[in-house]
Structure formats: structure tokens, C-alpha cells
Design a protein around this ligand. Sequence first.
Ligand SMILES: Cc1cc2nc3c(=O)[nH]c(=O)nc-3n(C[C@H](O)[C@H](O)[C@H](O)COP(=O)(O)OP(=O)(O)OC[C@H]3O[C@@H](n4cnc5c(N)ncnc54)[C@H](O)[C@@H]3O)c2cc1C
Ligand code: FES
Length: 284
Amino acid sequence: MSSKIYKKLGANPFRPWPARITSITQLTSKEKLFEFRIIDQRVRDAFHFHSGQFVELSLFGVGEAPISISSAPSKQGFIELCIRDSGTVTGAIHQMQCGDIVGLRGPFGRGFPFEDMKGHDILLVAGGLGIAPLKSLINHIHDERHAFGKVTILLGARTPSEILFRQEFDMWKHREDFDLTLTVDQPEPGWDGEVGLVTKLFDNLPVNPALTYGAICGPPVMYRFVVEEMRKKNLDYDRIYVSFERRMKCGIGMCGHCGVGHQYACIDGPVFSYWEALNLKEAM
Ligand SMILES: Cc1cc2nc3c(=O)[nH]c(=O)nc-3n(C[C@H](O)[C@H](O)[C@H](O)COP(=O)(O)OP(=O)(O)OC[C@H]3O[C@@H](n4cnc5c(N)ncnc54)[C@H](O)[C@@H]3O)c2cc1C
Ligand code: FES
């Protein structure tokens, strides 16, 4: 099952849309933020997505990799991807320049239940590169801030120099309508923030379980411990959402590479409620 855009345009979901790199920002030694503009205006105008969805980044003659969309759905006309140099495709795009052309397929998958989350407090927890899809959600919540209660964001990284979007988050720390805390496993000279695992930030954290949705993104090892902390705060399993990264190829439920239990992460996920995840063999 491919996304609505393919039905609307009668397009082939295996065929990438050509897109131009319009900006590149070096975030850390391993991650860069790329901004893309789809070249065909008809496609650009029809390209709508939800936070938590992903695209297949296609480099001609190199290959494809699934990458979460980092920008907010409201940022029409441009798509941001935060990409870690970790292999063939991601290494190749790190060598590319502004103006170069890539291919994008998507948007694919099921994102966060944004509409259901409205009217609730939100507790977002991200570790490492997990901030990429959550940043889209944070910015989307920011765009419709009046529709949400208290928004708490807990971010963990191994070291201060590995914190992604550091400048943006340093600014957000001072906002009254977002309660954002950063923590690192290993401090570096000049770091005056929290030290320790992101789970430590749950100590004394006030949470109203009847009103709160949780969302978690990060390395797989983090999920179980963060869910445990959310459960200690009495959040229901079906109000906790996690994003699963599985090996993917087609992105549209055809190749079978991304099986999680009896479902496919590319179409049934990558965002699942923890309740759904518990019922999926090998999910956690
Ligand atoms: C839904 C989804 C969203 C993602 N979002 C992002 C993102 O926002 N930013 C980002 O940098 N990366 C993201 N990834 C991860 C990225 O797709 C993989 O790292 C991918 O392998 C990169 O392709 P490559 O050709 O550069 O690496 P490859 O050369 O294919 O692989 C490099 C190494 O990673 C291993 N590997 C491949 N796929 C995975 C996987 N899914 N999980 C764990 N190990 C894997 C390979 O076995 C190999 O050891 C996402 C993955 C998924 C499924
Ligand atoms: S990536 Fe092919 S079925 Fe999911």
C-alpha cells in the first residue's frame, strides 16, 4: 500500500521523485541536515506527510536508504532529512553538494497519531539520532501549540558534541511553553547540563497519566527502559508510541524485508503504540 500522493498523481511508487539539495548543515562530525526541494511542482504541491513518516532516499547508481523526515509538515515545499554517515548511501550523500540532484520516494509509513494527541500533555523522549523523527513532531506541536497541554521533552546523547540540533534546543530550553531537558552520558569541558541516562530525568518528573501521550525514539536498547519509566508514571501502553527502525527496501509492503511479527514496519509502522508492539513477536 503506497501513500496517497501516488494514487492522486497516478504515479509509480518505485520511481523516485527527482529533488535538489537546497541546503546542507553540518550538525556533528557524523550527521548533516539536508534540505531538499522536489523539482516537479505538481509533486511538490501534493507532497504532504505526517511526523514519524519516512522517505526512501535514492542516490542514482548507489542505492536507497529509508530516512525519517525531520521537518514539520507545515514546512511546505521543502523536506529536511538528518542523515548520519553510516554506510553506502548515507556516506555518498555526505559527499554531495548544494544543487546536486537525488531521488526521493514517499512519504511512507504510519506516523505519530497527531490528531489523537491534541488536547493532551505530551512527553517526548529521544536518544541519539532518534531526535530526527521527533524533531518533526516537536515542530508540528509548536505550530499548533494551543492544541496541547504541557509539553515535556527529554533528550539524551552520549556526549555534548553528539547532541543534534543543539543550538535550536538551547534556545527552546528557555521557552516557557516547552519543558526541555538535555542529558549526556559523558560530559565534556564546558558542559553544565545534566549527566546520566535519559531515564534518570524521570525522577521527580510530574506526569498526569490520564492526560498524557508518550513518544519515544532512539536506539532499540533505550525503549524498554524508557517504557518502564513511563509505566511507573502510570501511562497506558496504548498512549505510549515508539518508532521502529527495521531493515527496509521497498517501503511499500511488497518486498517483506521489514517484517515485525505479522506486520511490516514500512506500512503498519514505523510508529507503533507500545500495546501493538507488545503483541508483535520480535518487536522489542
Ligand atoms: C524508518 C527508518 C527511518 C530511518 N531514519 C533515519 C534517519 O533519519 N537518519 C539516518 O541517518 N538514518 C536513518 N535510518 C537508518 C538508515 O536507513 C540506515 O542506517 C541505512 O542502512 C543507511 O543506508 P546505507 O546504505 O548508508 O548503509 P548500509 O551500507 O546499507 O549499512 C550500513 C550498516 O548498517 C546496517 N543496517 C542497515 N540498515 C539498518 C537498520 N535499519 N537498522 C540497523 N542497522 C542497519 C548494515 O547491516 C550495515 O552494517 C532509518 C531507518 C529506518 C528503517
Ligand atoms: S520494506 Fe519492503 S515490505 Fe517493508
